[in-house]
Structure formats: structure tokens, C-alpha cells
Design a protein. Structure first.
Length: 122
């Protein structure tokens, strides 16, 4: 037994344990907030880029798009089959409108033109 290291539990006073728990809770809450902000920014960027692709496809170099096509309906059907929910015709139309409202969206050259959103957008 002389070679064995005996570990004794150290009992912390309740106030020290609560202080430690508070610090850990703050770290978790800060991380959750940072994650939510990151996800929100990524989703806004994704929706803007989807809208950009739709508008550019619709216009095909023209100043205005042709009307009367069922582009969004057909695209929604394909996207739902490929990637699942969230890409209905109304949602795609909203993404298209989002791009049209903010055509001068600032982009950076980092990893495939990740867009930097304004703080005004939520």
C-alpha cells in the first residue's frame, strides 16, 4: 500500500461550489448565445444566397425576369426531395424577395463568399 496513491475527496464549502457552478453556467450561456448568433448569421447568408441564385436564374442576364413560369413551384419540389422541409414555394419566394431587398449585400472572400450581414437584420 505504500506505493498506492490514496486520493481523498476534498469537500468544498457550499458557497465555493455555488460560485464554481455560477462561473460554469455563465460559460454555457455565453456559448449558447454565440452559437445562436452564428446559426442566425449562417441562415441569413444561406437565404440571401439562395435568393441570389433564383433571381440570377430567372433574369438570365436580362433586367427583368420572365413571368408566368412555375420556376419556384418546380424548384421547391426538387429541393424538398433533395434536402427536406423548409424550401416550399412561399419560402423560396421570401428568399428571392430578401435578395431583391438587399442586393448590395456585403460579401467577403472567405470560404466561398460568406456574406456579412448588417446588424439591422434579424
Amino acid at each position: 500500500m505504500a506505493n498506492e496513491i490514496v486520493k481523498k475527496e476534498v469537500a468544498l464549502p457550499d458557497s465555493e461550489l455555488l460560485t464554481l457552478a455560477d462561473r460554469i453556467v455563465r460559460v454555457i450561456e455565453e456559448s449558447r448565445l454565440a452559437l445562436a448568433i452564428s446559426i442566425n448569421e449562417t441562415m441569413k447568408t444561406t437565404y440571401w444566397r439562395i435568393g441570389q441564385h433564383i433571381v440570377e436564374f430567372e433574369q438570365q442576364g436580362n433586367a427583368r425576369a420572365k413571368y408566368g413560369t412555375s420556376l419556384l413551384t418546380n424548384l421547391a419540389r426538387i429541393l424538398r426531395a433533395e434536402v427536406g422541409r423548409g424550401y416550399s414555394r412561399p419560402n423560396l419566394n421570401n428568399m428571392r424577395k430578401f435578395y431583391l431587398m438587399y442586393p448590395n449585400f456585403q460579401t467577403s472572400d472567405k470560404s466561398d463568399s460568406i456574406c456579412q450581414m448588417s446588424d439591422k437584420l434579424t
